[in-house]
Design a protein around this ligand. Structure first.
Ligand code: DCP
Ligand code: MG
Length: 397
């Protein structure tokens, strides 16, 4: 970590209930009401997002629309208007560019800005952050939550902690007091599975996590252990990467023990596909090419791709292609890493339903999980949880 840049000033901006707020802005009748964006209440789709009024009824992103309807039948249900949200997103990014060229968009409504070098021009970074918020309100008539901190990790948590309409500044000397009481789930990379492992060690807060030394974390979590060690101390040297226009969206996983059973590998592929699909939809993108990456026990790495004659953002399509690519490899050697990536990205227009709400999908998940349980016993249920609780997953991508 010797090269950690010093005294950086990073802003994270995340619009509040983005799609729903745009709809409420454009139709005053919807203001103050529970609004659900995703499609018709009784259709098979899922909630893309909902207004804060709707969140009081327990409605959340990725929840089946039928459930949202059950929770709040008088909510206004609207289709997803990608073209409109993309236009607003472009206006938002134009505002960002007035303050720094170092803007890294994460999705239509979210970005990191490195304003370290903008200081001299605009006074304090807090000024910049306040001005950004004001301009978003005045020019777009929308609210954003903003976090300002010395790095991306802290800025992202800061923007989330006071939502909606939040404004949180974390100075260098407040990092420890800010992080220590937070649940470990807030740390980037701690999904449900890692959280459960940590809870078993009686680690619930960041303060608890700091009591575990680095070698122990490495032994328990491999590479992730390092990440946990540094993030728990508020250290994150990832730069803001401006021209990162997503060329691909992917995720891979390294196993603690090499795996051979194709059914178990497919269960992991399912988990990875759910994540890739969710991130595609969140970015308003669709992919034409799916790539499977496999690293074998002897470190040989194989990569196989398939290009479809249509674009997709559906978990089940991504999963299906990944499984087929895996089958075609006819693997005989144990696998130490597996990954799924979506390439050839284009802007998606139509919101599609999530895999888990498609008929027959649950059946497939259940079958896959049953196979894991058959083979490894009930303890392997952590993997099942990992799949089922996917929507609760930590938001920092
Ligand atoms: N989105 C989606 N499907 C998801 C999550 C999000 O289609 N599973 C879309 C709709 C959201 C937009 O992406 O409006 C931004 O996602 P956020 O996670 O930032 O959620 P919101 O902006 O809606 O709400 P919040 O105020 O919590 O940021
Ligand atoms: Mg948002």
């Amino acid at each position: 970590m010797e090269n950690t840049p010093k005294n950086r000033q990073i802003i994270h901006v995340d619009m509040d209930a983005f799609y729903a707020s745009v709809e409420q802005r454009d139709n005053p009748e919807l203001r103050g009401k529970p609004v659900v964006v995703g499609g018709k209440p009784k259709s098979r789709g899922v909630v893309a997002t909902c207004s804060y009024e709707a969140r009081k009824y327990g409605i959340r992103s990725a929840m089946p629309l039928s459930e949202a309807y059950r929770r709040c039948p008088h909510a206004v249900f609207l289709p997803v208007d990608f073209a409109k949200y993309r236009r607003v997103s472009q206006q938002l990014h134009k505002i960002f560019q007035d303050y720094t060229p170092l803007v890294e968009p994460l999705s239509l409504d979210e970005a990191f800005l490195d304003v370290t070098a903008s200081l001299r021009l605009f006074g304090s970074t807090e000024n910049i952050a306040r001005e950004l918020k004001k301009r978003i309100k005045d020019e777009l008539n929308l609210t954003a939550s903003i976090g300002l901190a010395p790095n991306k990790f802290l800025a992202k948590i800061a923007s989330d902690i006071q939502k909606p309409d939040g404004f949180v500044v974390i100075d260098e000397d407040q990092i420890e007091a800010f992080l220590d009481p937070l649940p470990v789930e807030r740390i980037w990379g701690v999904g449900p599975k890692t959280a459960e492992q940590l809870h078993e060690l009686n680690v619930r807060t960041v303060r608890d996590l700091k009591k575990i030394d680095k070698p122990t974390l490495n032994r328990l979590f491999g590479q992730l252990g390092n990440q946990l060690y540094y993030l728990a101390r508020g250290i994150d040297d990832r730069p803001v990467e401006p021209e990162r226009e997503a060329k691909s969206i992917g995720r891979e996983i390294t196993f603690q023990q090499d795996l051979t059973d194709p059914e178990v590998l497919k269960t992991y592929l399912l988990d990875l596909s759910l994540d890739v699909g969710r991130r595609l939809r969140k970015a308003g993108l669709k992919a034409r090419t799916v790539t499977l990456k496999v690293r074998l026990a002897d470190f040989k790495t194989l990569s196989r791709s398939r290009t479809l004659n249509y674009s997709t953002d559906l978990d089940k399509e991504i999963y299906k292609e990944a499984c087929q690519l895996l089958d075609e490899l006819h693997l005989k050697t144990p696998v130490r890493l597996i990954g799924v990536t979506a390439h050839n990205l284009t802007c998606g227009e139509i919101q599609q339903s999530l895999f888990a709400t498609e008929p027959g999908a649950e059946e497939k998940i259940t079958k896959a999980l049953d196979k894991v349980k058959e083979r490894f016993g009930e303890d392997s249920i952590t993997l099942a949880r990992l799949l089922i609780q996917k929507n609760d997953e930590n938001k920092l991508d």
